[in-house]
Design a protein around this ligand. Structure first.
Ligand code: G6P
Length: 368
């Protein structure tokens, strides 16, 4: 299979820019756009309505996809969800009640810890499903049902388009579960599907922040430590932002739940540590913005990722506001991923690191 960088300097840039297309591709598999309904094509060996629990395991960025999906399955399907990194899950050997669904998220389908977690769950009589990019993989082969993410080969070691494809598929599955469980009406399903369908355009618009982000990244490249804050589904996006930055720029970064700021990281705040706040307008945005003011009051250097409504709330207080299109809180975590990827990418480009092949990292971790 021949994949080239096209006009891009790195595969990672190409893969970031492909996302309006790859998300559309994922959507065309999971959604019937005309009927405004979710369409699950895979034969399900379980009934969403009868599930007692959803247990997800994954590693790295795929784990953060599951962490966002936990909010969706709980909120839109009222399904109890557990999620853990596979390396912890497998050795914890948690008791699993009969009738549960275990879902494994893996771009490669070959991650050793995720595969071991899958085998453990299969042995515990769980329904086993996987969400993979590589259909001819071990994880896919050993699953009762395989959900494809269809984003095409991902070459950059730091995952980008696979994450947004995983999220798009998981969002669709959460709607399907919500409908089956009677937690969503037909009208609610149609509204959520419309939001998904609008996403590729919003992602294209969010990519338009690149010039501004290059400017911010130049300053970020001088930092020793960077803190990312988010609340609700933006919390895993904050974790992903920190992961992406350390993976490719080697700058130390941490993601934190905004509400935990007071319980530790606020002690680190000074003018030398940029704080990236991911807070598009949603039900809880005021809480996150008030956490942000606490950082500002201590001289913290804030970079706020939000939408127009969020920006109006904070007024002149923040020097750097990266504006993403206003979308519903349902799809906002997918959209917020875009500036987070661009920030890490351009910071790494300024640092002159090997963006596509960061030191010590592997695309697929097939040993423990
Ligand atoms: C490695 C890669 C990451 C990826 C993780 C999980 O650490 O560098 O980009 O998120 O493995 O990989 P998987 O193939 O299971 O999604």
């Amino acid at each position: 299979l021949l994949v080239d960088k096209g006009n891009h300097r790195h595969f990672m840039a190409k893969e970031i820019y492909e996302q309006p297309e790859t998300i559309s591709h994922t959507l065309s598999h999971y959604v019937d756009m005309g009927a405004e309904r979710v369409a699950i094509r895979e034969a399900l060996p379980f009934d969403f309505a009868e599930l007692t629990r959803l247990t997800m395991s994954a590693c790295g960025t795929a784990y953060y996809a599951g962490a966002v999906a936990k909010y969706w399955f709980e909120r839109y399907a009222r399904l109890p969800v557990d999620i853990d990194v596979a390396s912890e899950f497998r050795y914890r050997e948690p008791p699993l009640a009969p009738g549960g669904l275990s879902l494994f998220i893996s771009q490669s389908g070959e991650t050793a810890d995720t595969l071991a977690a899958l085998r453990y769950c299969a042995g515990q009589g769980q329904h086993v499903a996987s969400l993979v990019n590589t259909l001819e993989s071990t994880i896919a082969r050993e699953s009762g049902v395989v959900f494809p993410i269809l984003c095409g080969p991902e070459i950059g070691v730091a995952s980008t388009k696979a994450l947004t494809a995983q999220l798009t598929a998981l969002a669709s599955l959460a709607i399907a579960a919500g409908r089956a469980r009677g937690a969503l009406s037909e009208e609610q399903e149609a509204e959520l599907v419309r939001e998904l369908v609008r996403l590729p355009t919003a992602v294209s618009q969010a990519l338009g922040t690149e010039a501004q982000i290059m400017d911010i990244a130049k300053r970020l490249s001088k930092a020793k430590d960077v803190l990312y804050l988010g609340r609700g589904p933006m919390y895993p996006i904050a974790l992903e932002g920190a992961l992406k930055l350390k993976e490719i720029s080697y700058i130390h970064a941490e993601g934190y739940a905004a509400g935990e700021l007071k319980h530790g990281p606020i002690a680190l705040v000074d003018e030398d540590m940029p704080v990236i706040v991911i807070a598009p307008s949603d039900e809880l945005v005021d809480k996150t913005l008030s956490n942000m003011q606490e950082v500002a009051a201590r001289g913290g250097n804030i970079i706020l990722i939000t939408d127009k409504k969020g920006a109006e709330t904070v007024g002149q207080d923040v020097a750097d506001i990266i504006l993403i299109p206003e979308v519903s809180s349902f799809v906002a975590p997918i959209l917020a991923t875009i500036p987070v990827q661009l920030l890490a990418y351009h910071t790494a480009v300024f640092m002159g690191t090997d963006v596509d092949q960061p030191r010590n990292l592997a695309k697929s971790v097939t040993v423990e």
